[in-house]
Design a protein around this ligand. Sequence first.
Ligand code: GLU
Ligand code: MG
Length: 622
Amino acid sequence: MGLLSHGAPLSWDEAKLQADHVRKNGIEQFLSVYRKLKDRQNDFLKWGDEVEYFFVKLNDKEKAAKLSLNSTKYLEILNSEEEDPFTKEAIDSLWRPEYASYMIESTPGTPYGHDISNFLEVEESMMKRRRKIKAFLEDNEYLVTLTNFPRLGCRYCSDPPCEPYGPIAKSIFIPDEFINLHPRFETLTKSIRERRGSKVNISVPIFHDKFVVRPFREPLVSPDGVAERVAKPDTIYMDAMCFGMGCSCLQMTFQACSLSTARYLYDQLAVMSPIMLALSAGSPIYRGFLADVDCRWNVIAQSVDDRTEEELGQIPLANNKFVINKSRYDSIDCFISPGPFFKHAYNDLRLVKDDLVYNRLVTEGVDDLLAQHVAHLFIRDPLVVYKESLHQDNEAQSEHFENIQSTNWQTVRFKPPPPGSSIGWRVEFRPMEVQMSDFENAAYVVFVVLLTRVFLSFNLNLYLPISLIDENIQNAQKRDAVNSGLFHFRTILTAGSCGKETELMTLDKIINGEGDFLGLVPLIFIFLDSITIDLHTRFRILQYLSLISKRAKGELLTTAAYLRKFVTEHPDYKHDSVVSERINYDLVKMAVSVGEGEIIPELVGDCYKKNMCFKESREQNL
Ligand code: GLU
Ligand code: MG
């Protein structure tokens, strides 16, 4: 989750005094990179995935599944290989801490390239990564790729059990031990709480099964009296950053061949974000209750919402402050590519930006769209400031820029090259929820990479007004959005405007096509037919596309729909939306088996066919 500097972070009261210093130098650092690299061309198209995992312990005697807070221990082992000069060259996976001490994040050791056979490596790499971790685990300890741990925040949901209400999160549900030991994470937690002047206040609608009384109100009792005051009826109340940033996702990063291509891809992928959020939906349970949403998005957005009352427009503004429409974690606010299909009318949100930053960038020759994007990111304060990093060489370092950038968690992220490296202009795609198996995760990753190829090869135009993308993001999270949701989408993807530009479509239509509208999977097929591709690779790609296509059609369940079904059909379930300890145990155990290769027909159907060519490696995983 971004920048991991070393040193001792400043307290919020000290850090806020450095905010202008960080912004001022951060912008010079951006300008330095921009001046040097804006015209660089012909970087290779490279890409990679990031998978986030949870460590869990299964107590088969007591039939309980608990979070295991062992991430630091395993990271030390895994990272030492990366640092060892004898092994570092051959390293095939990289491991990073994530927000929670029960989480870890992995990427392939080196990025994939433009070679189509790289598509075969994705699933293999994911399986290898799982195997690698598995080798270290304690007895009864397992790795799962679930977006949310269903009973996160229920009493004693970790092994060993810990007490909540520590000094960092002050949560009545989440023990401070759940926060990763790297100082970045506890500082983020505290700074967000102190900046906004209260604990974060997260609510998601509860699923009203037949025995949930209306209005649903939990009898919450808290030492600080906050829960009783702020918890809203008919919602599941949560009060800590961990409820959001303690969720796992599946992300991807693309290196484009030039700055202008990166900007084009950023815009197109921003439009795809809600679509992929709905298709990958995997988190229908929060704090032991079934929710009426299928995705984590709004939960994380609320979990890191550090806006003050002024910024929320609740009290009059003081100098140099802004009323800000969204959390730091949310969908993007403006497009950045000045390409032929872009129209200013698409940037239809009132964009809040730091005028000093904007003017500085424009004076230095940065165009309006890019300048306003960066000036918008820079309305935020840096949350984690290290004393040791305050003074930097702005021509050679970019930590101040990255500080602001890495705490703007949006659906897509535009990433300038790090100074002095061979890395090019990149775009990160961030909305997707993680799936339980490597097969599914590989399918989503390969689908999105193929989409980027199709966008670039056919020069597609997916632009929608940003306000419609925002509507899509909200609709994407609703229960069963994949079947019952409607999404704004362009009716013609291959040209500029002509007549009515957009309409509300089902996910099935967007992905599989209908009538005159071709659909994204058929477009990928046209692309695949236009390139040389060996049978082996083609076969595997077809499996992946078939999964995506069938999920969009509703022939296969999304992870969220399957988990919901798993709960509601469980013998222990009482139609009260409660996910008991026993249901949680069976669900997590199932997720462990799926991660290790068990096939669930409702999730993957016959897409996951055994094939001699890769049977071996898939089976090794079992
Ligand atoms: N885990 C976060 C999510 O589910 C993302 C953290 C990151 O930026 O790596 O979106
Ligand atoms: Mg991450």
